[in-house]
Design a binder for this molecule. Structure first.
Ligand SMILES: NC(=O)c1ccc[n+]([C@@H]2O[C@H](COP(=O)([O-])OP(=O)(O)OC[C@H]3O[C@@H](n4cnc5c(N)ncnc54)[C@H](OP(=O)(O)O)[C@@H]3O)[C@@H](O)[C@H]2O)c1
Length: 343
């Protein structure tokens, strides 16, 4: 891609399948003015100076050229937070601080791994009052998804009803879920594949008990001993099936991820014999009003000290994203990585 004007900025561009993304120099003219995400045409009238992005599992796939069906070239980064440079729609004014999580940025439309982006006004959410760009970047899609998962549990299960399991506990969704649930008074049982290295981290976030994931990777029974009043599951496959079989009568399990696989080898037994609610969570196209409620919960129940712990990794540059992405795809990452496109 060739810079078309004098004012150039840096972007991490995925140019080919199975090939790590590279930093290129782009200009505003290289940023798409129209979005075709979900086949719906919309003007990308908001020109943003990106302050931070972060690395999610999807970003890791994009940065390594491994995201199935990725249109090329693509600027990754499913999250961005920054300042509005201009908005011809009039919805935002210069200097407004915004967040964009999802809506297809980073996979279907140029995203946050660049110093500038052009996005639709409908995708932009004002940075919550009192929240810094850094905090918003540490939360990102993973933290906001955790909030949606926890809210569904909060609506149906009281802390007195029993422990809540969190799988993929050291990951982005998992670690924020542990923090939120413990701060809301739940007894959290964190399930992790890296218990030895991370028991201290999970306990510091408020986990009461740390369980080895291997126990949940075995062939699931239709029904097991009732252990959890609810769960946040980032894994899917056998892990989710085992959690469902161990969930107490009328418990709620929020399922958001597929770190262990896309399948779900269970039966109807947990649903028809114990009345378990399986709550599916989808965050990419959720309306802004529901996102604002999720951020309210984060502001109230995920303290800055927990986000400091979750986001304790150094802030990385665009050049470092493919390296972190490779480690993330190998399951070697703990906590969140914030990306500064200007670093
Ligand atoms: N539905 C939505 O809208 C939505 C939104 C955000 C994320 N997601 C999905 O949610 C999942 C978690 O996202 P994330 O950002 O938290 O990812 P992440 O930071 O990579 O965390 C995933 C965690 O899962 C565990 N894990 C890794 N490999 C595993 C395996 N083979 N089997 C079982 N567990 C494994 C690891 O934790 P431990 O080592 O502690 O076990 C890892 O830290 C991903 O599948 C992501 O695509 C969905």
């Amino acid at each position: 891609m060739r810079a078309k004007s004098v004012r150039a900025f840096r972007a991490l561009v995925t140019t080919a399948k199975k090939t790590p993304a590279v930093v290129q120099s782009l200009s505003a003219a290289d940023l798409p003015d129209i979005s075709q995400v979900k086949g719906e045409e919309g003007a990308c009238s908001v020109h943003v100076k990106v302050k931070y992005s972060n690395v999610n599992y999807k970003d890791a796939l994009v940065a390594q050229g491994l995201y199935a069906g990725l249109p090329l070239p693509m600027v990754g980064g499913i999250d961005l937070t920054g300042t509005v440079m201009s908005d011809s729609s009039g919805k935002f004014k210069e200097g407004d601080k915004i967040i964009v999580n999802g809506f297809g940025i980073g996979t279907d439309h140029f995203g946050g791994f660049a110093e500038e982006a052009k996005v639709r006004p409908e995708w932009c959410q004002s940075l919550p009052a009192g929240m810094s760009h850094l905090t918003a970047a540490r939360i990102g899609t993973a933290g906001y998804t955790a909030s949606l998962c926890v809210e569904a549990i909060r609506q149906t299960v009281k802390p007195s009803e029993g422990p809540i399991a969190v799988s993929g506990a050291t990951g982005g969704v998992g670690s924020v879920s542990v923090s939120l649930l413990s701060n809301l008074g739940y007894e959290v049982h964190a399930i992790s594949g890296k218990t030895e290295q991370n028991a201290e981290f999970l306990t510091a976030l408020g986990a009461h008990t740390v369980l080895n994931r291997s126990e949940f990777e075995v062939k699931p029974r239709a029904l097991g001993k009732e252990r959890f009043a609810g769960a946040v599951d980032a894994c899917g496959s056998n892990v989710l099936a085992n959690i469902l079989s161990m969930t107490k009568r009328y418990g709620t399990v929020s399922a958001c991820g597929l770190a262990a696989g896309l399948d779900l080898p269970t039966s109807v037994a947990p649903f028809i014999l114990r009345g378990i609610i399986l709550n599916g969570v989808e965050c990419v196209y959720l309306p802004i009003s529901k996102r604002e409620s999720a951020y309210d919960l984060l502001s109230n129940a995920c303290p800055e000290s927990d986000l400091d712990l979750i986001g304790r990794n150094p802030i990385i540059s665009l050049e470092e994203v493919p390296v972190v992405a490779k480690a993330m795809l190998s399951g070697e990452i703990t906590g969140r990585y914030v990306v500064d496109p200007s670093a």
